[in-house]
Design a protein around this ligand. Sequence first.
Ligand code: CP3
Length: 380
Amino acid sequence: MSERDATDFARRRFVKGVGAALTVAPLMGDDAAAGSQMNDTFLKACRGAPVDYTPVWMMRQAGRYLPQYQKVLAQTDFLTAVRTPEIAAEITIQPVDIFGVDAAIFYSDITTVVVPMGMDLRYSDDKGPSYANPVRTPADADRLIVPDDPADGLSFVYEAQKICARELANRVPLIGFAGAPFTVCAYMVEGGPSHAFSTYRRLIFDERAAFTTLMDKVSQHTANYLKAQAAAGANALMLFDSNAGLLGPDDYESLNLPYVRRILAALKDTGVPLIYFGLGAHSSLAAIRDCGADVISIDYGLRLNEAVAQLGQNVSVQGNIEPYVLYDSKAEIRRRVAETLAAGKAARGHVFNLGHGVPRYSPVDNVKAMVDAVHELSQV
Ligand code: CP3
């Protein structure tokens, strides 16, 4: 593609902010200008259907490296932003406006879902999310409630998603998400972020009944939560299992993955593509392949071509560029994009992404360069 075509391509996807979203410029050329056809390249790749180019979005694309995000957060705080539908929707759409990514991921956090179960969520700027009442005993686990109605205490999520769906209708799909139960329970037991999660890992083995009760309850609530997100307008659903690597492969497959399978099975009826991201579960790809997800998100610790070879042709892949390469030169970013696109070609479908979240101080113009390079270099 010539440089001018590439610029046009980017410009067609660049639209004005939320306030102007109802009068957006056409995205897909003249055909779409007349109607309201969504750019569904991401959804096609999730299902393994043919695409004109490789779709791209980034885990944690809405966040602190963006000046537009910092501006919103300067006037509020994290939990208020998450709990105010108009603010959450605005932040969700920012990366679509700024970079022309092919999907929006709903702005929220994996820690909020369990508040209606009885968890006391706090947030501090330096430490991140924490719970004032961590789960440490079987009695603590027994006390947790599974709300009958997933809207109880979480209606702000579905309201925000309805706003997003409306504002994004002519642009890109919305990804709803939750933490996988094993990862959410890690925070519930530990109380907050941790390097080793040693309190959690001890509880798994010396308070097995508490662990099982906790996982059962969180799984049931998470399935209800994700179903409600699909009903509110999420076009795909993703489970973030960022702590999957805490257990070795046999324990991961017996103590974590069965709950993931249960949730994904419960979501089949929604009809939307399901994505699973198990960070660090490198020895279990064969088991992950059959977990019920349409897309397996691969972290930066695996070679994409080797992951694709193990996953076969029944699932699509997402990933997996080294996130910190965003601090390197644009030439190096472009080289790595080409390499990742080449590896993704062997997959049933490929959604370009990072191997984990966007780092906190990533240069914005490098993020833009990465997205543009994916679009440009993957044109067929
Ligand atoms: O852009 C997106 O991907 C959507 C929003 C999103 C956030 N958190 C917003 C957020 C998503 C998908 C998450 C998931 C999440 N949250 C995970 C799984 C993915 C991963 O990164 O491994 C985890 C483990 C968490 C828990 C969490 N939330 C931590 C440990 C922290 C503090 C440290 C950090 O990384 O920022 C958060 C806070 C958080 N979640 C922020 C954002 C934008 C930063 C809040 C701020 O603005 O100060």
